[in-house]
Design a protein around this ligand. Structure first.
Ligand SMILES: Cc1ncc(COP(=O)(O)O)c(C=O)c1O
Length: 402
């Protein structure tokens, strides 16, 4: 890809933005190219939106106008899409994994029965016996597994969720409360994905992953399509005539960032906001991939407090979008996470650890004149943030916020 990294390793000067890398390959000022549209086609996004909006309990989550924050950071506006209110799961992940379970069950039941089956029939659990014979499986550091388990319970199939050894007991309990069986495995998130996939093949279970690899693309595509329900809502709720100038979006495997980046590009075309991807320093696979110009693997040895972002391998289908659609890549330390969560709590917004990475990156960038300039941030900037989870692990939230 080729990229310029003027601010690499900023910890030397005591700044919590650890690394910055501008993507020289970004396609600015043009409509979304067809090859990117093909990754997440309109038909796939529309099907997700039409299906999820029919789920019982669906309603758009709020878009908060953080006026005090905008004033403090000397920005025109800062808006925060608050996913703490997303169904009863309190994270945007409710839109991805559960929806993919619905699609996979539809296909499995069609294959078994030889009859056409609709997504609505799956939602209404019209094929209880056939669905009950299916087991879905996934790997998670918390929220995705919870979504898959929630979908499995809703649509009436079995569910096994693989969790690596560092996932908190609270996150395990939340998945088990939805009736799924949790299988603990040694290693990190990427090890748990491999273990789940191997066991899926051995047992004939259906793998519902939020990350993608060669030969496994359709299900993560549906997961990403589910996420665009969130970005679509945010753009519908956007209160200004002019689009956002910047989107700060946190990155794990990149599925979320890829979905949001593609979606704002479809909608705003040549006026696409500048997309800034923010990752935890010990799990900087997107940053490193941007710097190298190709997907790079990070062997995670230190777990960030931002558990949902602790992924070392880039999602294969997200990368083509981010490689030409994301403008900048930042990494941050864990230091600002607790303070930013507390700051939002004071404004009555419940934001979990992984939710605040985008805002933490923005605050840190505004504290650094050179970086602000490099990111094109100025007093007329209009920033859109995605607060991707609420207190999804209440014990961790309590510890960090008090
Ligand atoms: C709350 C939260 N935010 C962001 C992400 C990052 O999503 P992705 O792995 O698709 O990049 C996750 C992933 O689990 C998450 O749980």
């Amino acid at each position: 890809m080729g990229s310029t990294c003027p601010g690499q390793h900023r910890q030397e000067v005591g700044i919590t933005i650890q690394q910055h890398c501008h993507n020289d390959q970004v396609l600015s000022g043009q409509r979304c190219p067809d090859r990117i549209r093909d990754v997440l086609p309109e038909s796939v996004r529309c099907r997700a939106r039409d299906t999820i909006s029919q789920w019982a309990g669906y309603q758009p989550t709020p878009l908060h106008d953080l006026q005090d924050m905008a004033r403090e950071l000397d920005l025109a506006t800062v808006h925060y899409k608050d996913e703490s209110a997303r169904f009863e799961l309190s994270s945007f992940k409710a839109l991805g994994g559960a929806y993919a379970v619905q699609v996979v069950l539809q296909q499995a039941i069609e294959a078994t029965s030889g009859q056409p089956v609709t997504l609505q029939e799956i939602d209404q659990v019209r094929h209880r016996d056939t669905a009950g014979a299916v087991t879905v499986v996934t790997a998670t550091d918390g929220n995705h597994g919870r979504s898959v388990a929630w979908g499995a319970r809703r649509f009436g199939c079995g569910c096994v969720v693989y969790m690596h050894e560092h996932v908190s007991p609270g996150r395990q309990a939340a998945v088990e409360a939805l009736g799924a069986r949790v299988q603990r495995v040694p290693g990190n998130f990427d090890d748990s994905v491999r273990a789940a996939n191997a066991d899926a093949e051995a047992h004939g279970w259906l793998m519902i992953s939020d990350t993608s690899w060669p030969g496994y693309e359709d299900i993560p595509r549906d997961v990403m399509a589910g996420y665009t329900v969130m970005s679509g809502e945010a753009m519908d709720q956007w209160p200004h005539e002019l689009p956002p100038t910047h989107v700060f979006i946190q990155g794990g495997c990149g599925g979320l960032a890829g979905a949001v980046c593609a979606d704002v590009w479809y909608r705003y075309g040549p006026d696409k906001p500048r997309v800034v991807v923010v990752e935890p320093d010990p799990a900087d696979c997107l940053f490193r991939s941007a710097r190298a110009g190709e997907p790079k693997v990070v062997n995670i040895t230190t777990e960030s407090v931002m558990a949902g972002l602790s992924c070392g391998e880039v999602s294969l289908i997200a990368w083509p979008i981010l490689s030409v659609g994301a403008d900048d890549f930042l990494t941050i330390s864990d230091d600002p996470v607790g303070p930013v969560m507390r700051r939002l709590a004071e404004a009555s917004i419940v934001a979990g650890e992984s939710a605040v990475a985008g805002l933490a990156g923005l605050i840190e960038a505004r504290a650094d004149m050179d970086l602000s300039v490099a990111l094109g941030l100025a007093s007329d900037s209009r920033v859109l943030l995605f607060g991707t989870e609420g207190a999804t692990d209440p014990a961790v939230y309590q510890q960090l916020v008090g």
